[in-house]
Design a protein around this ligand. Sequence first.
Ligand SMILES: Cc1cc2nc3c(=O)[nH]c(=O)nc-3n(C[C@H](O)[C@H](O)[C@H](O)COP(=O)(O)OP(=O)(O)OC[C@H]3O[C@@H](n4cnc5c(N)ncnc54)[C@H](O)[C@@H]3O)c2cc1C
Length: 299
Amino acid sequence: MSFEELSKLLKGKVSLDEPLASYTSFGLGGPAKLLAHPADEEDLENILDFARQEGMRILVLGMGTNLLVKDSGFPGMVIRLTDGLKGIHRAPEGIEVGAGTEAKDVLDYCLHQGLQGMECFAGIPGSIGGMIKTNAGAFGGEMGSLVQKIRGINLNGEWLELGGDELGFGYRSSNLPNGLLITRTWLRLKEGKREEIKRQARENLKLKAKTQPLSQRSAGCIFKNPPQAPAAKLIQEVGGKGMRVEEVMVSPIHANFIVNLGGATASQVLLLIDQLRERVREAFGLTLELEVEIVGGEE
Ligand SMILES: Cc1cc2nc3c(=O)[nH]c(=O)nc-3n(C[C@H](O)[C@H](O)[C@H](O)COP(=O)(O)OP(=O)(O)OC[C@H]3O[C@@H](n4cnc5c(N)ncnc54)[C@H](O)[C@@H]3O)c2cc1C
């Protein structure tokens, strides 16, 4: 199958050499060799067939809020799930959600229906698929604890369903089988008092907005919190707040956020990450582990 044939076959879109900057919250990143937007599961099967036939690497993209895409871009097929593969329905003990659905839309649905469990994610950007893969969490809640099961397709085009207890959720991580693309999930949510759930969501959002630079371009927390202390505290103690490499800066509001001041490059972010790690290593003898995922080919 040629690129033109794939393009005709799909209900969704596919493009060549498209910059990924506008598909990431950092606003950074070079082009994808191919960028596909499946409209549904059948599109996804055809896209994976094509990528297999061409021997292309795959990158699954949700809302790109936990990614640092290198300036050289991604030399393979990027599959963006947030254009199709959406939808929210009531299901036994909770809801069924398309993996490309925005977490914010799921929260709004829950607030409207009086369902409890999603309110800790108020203010966290991302798709449900990305939130499961990264086991997103805040205010004591974690995505993994809500997952009853997922449906997904692997790189060989085989469909499978896995229970939440098979996904090995850990701190900002999961053991999702390599190359499995989640297309749908079933979340376990309790019935609750609508006003109380709304109040909790509002409170969480308010606290997040006060302590994080939500209006600037970033990928959330850069580093995971080591057991010794929050990464932000360690960075602050080594004078990291406000540190700058050209157009990227450690946020003066939250030391574990690096923000794009406009016109930044991924290389600048990587340089600032190295400098912060070096300072923390020298001062405390520990190496900060990345929470953000770096993707792309060789520079
Ligand atoms: C301002 C800001 C605040 C944030 N606050 C928090 C916070 O409080 N807590 C927190 O945990 N995170 C936080 N984050 C990080 C981010 O919101 C989460 O990691 C989110 O879950 C990422 O979702 P996404 O759809 O953007 O995933 P992406 O960034 O697109 O992808 C992340 C990973 O998931 C994979 N992936 C995405 N979709 C699928 C799928 N359907 N199937 C299989 N794999 C998939 C990707 O390949 C990649 O490996 C914040 C980010 C920002 C920008």
